[in-house]
Design a binder for this molecule. Structure first.
Ligand SMILES: [Zn+2]
Length: 314
């Protein structure tokens, strides 16, 4: 199937540079903006010259973002697609896909043919304005200057930064740090081990799964269950467990944390109980963002629930 048939324009119709800038200037004078006043072009509607021109029109004198397309488009997932392939096809990164498609953030592995993926014109994030939001607060949350959101023409932000509930904002270079919003598990005083993260146990310990699966948000921090020495911190060679950290503790226990998206420690390093060692991911054979958490007692795999407090918040 051709790229042309799988890409369709949606959400933010866009015109030629001149028409767009004209409407944008008009928008500054007559809010609220009528988005449909911008005539849509039929795809494929961007070439290198046009994009270069638009980049100049879109951005400040020193561009702080690279314009890849003049519009938000949707892409229909094709057989064999995955998030990396889709991101690469459109010049984006996987984070941009996750920050503009809520369902991908929750479970990036459930991509299947026919699903609609929002494709932003720049790397960044896509945000729907909620009651009480301010431009400054949104900018702070995504770690970008408020001007970058206000000045992005497709956003139609009012001259004094006015937003409308339900308005979609493109946030160039915007990134959310989920770790900031997810509290660490409690220290579990009096227990041999602390929970490695707050999450939902989606699979318990049994004869064919001698571990706990603890699901959380992609990118959430994972913490050492107890102090010890990092014995292993790399991509598991069998490919099954993905990025994996193993910590040998001084109390005779060993803990292992698998399917991570990122690792913050190196082999040989000592870690404190509760120290961040990596991030929740879905690497290896995994069906969604979670940690496959194993506990070894004197070398034998045991049920982690026997060593942890009853709740991840303790
Ligand atoms: Zn598992």
């Amino acid at each position: 199937m051709s790229k042309r048939s799988s890409v369709c324009q949606t959400l933010l119709p866009v015109g030629l540079a001149t028409a767009l800038m004209g409407v944008f200037l008009l928008a500054l004078l007559t809010l609220p903006v009528q988005a449909q006043a911008i005539p849509p072009l039929s795809p494929p509607y961007w070439d290198a010259d046009e994009l270069a021109e638009l980049q100049g029109e879109f951005g400040p004198a020193t561009p702080r973002w690279e314009l890849l397309r003049p519009a938000v488009i949707t892409y229909t997932v094709q057989p064999g697609d995955n998030d990396w392939a889709i991101a690469r096809r459109f010049g984006l990164d996987v984070d941009t896909l996750r920050f503009s498609n809520e369902w991908m953030r929750r479970n990036p592995d459930l991509i299947h043919p026919g699903q609609q993926v929002i494709i932003l014109p720049v790397k960044g994030a896509y945000y729907t304005v909620k009651a009480g939001d301010t431009l400054a607060e949104i900018a702070r949350r995504y770690g970008v200057p408020a001007a970058d959101i206000a000045e992005f023409p497709l956003n139609n932000v009012g001259p004094a930064g006015q937003l409308r509930v339900g308005q979609k904002l493109i946030i160039p270079n915007g990134r959310l740090d989920y770790a900031e919003r997810i509290p660490a598990p409690g220290p579990a005083r009096g227990y041999p081990l602390a929970w490695p993260l707050r999450g939902v146990v989606t699979q318990g310990y049994h004869s064919r799964h001698r571990a706990l699966d603890i699901a959380s948000v992609y990118g959430a921090r994972v913490y050492a269950s107890h102090s010890g020495r990092v014995a292993y911190a790399r991509f598991s060679p069998d490919g099954w467990l993905g990025f994996r950290v193993v910590i040998v503790h001084d109390n005779g226990l060993t803990t292992a944390y698998s399917h991570l998206s990122g690792i913050f420690v190196v082999e040989g390093q000592t870690v404190a109980r509760g120290q961040a060692i990596g991030q929740v991911g879905s690497t290896g054979n995994s069906t969604g963002p979670h940690v496959h958490f194993e506990v070894y007692d004197d070398g034998a795999r045991v049920n982690p629930l026997g060593y942890l407090p009853p709740s991840a918040s303790e």
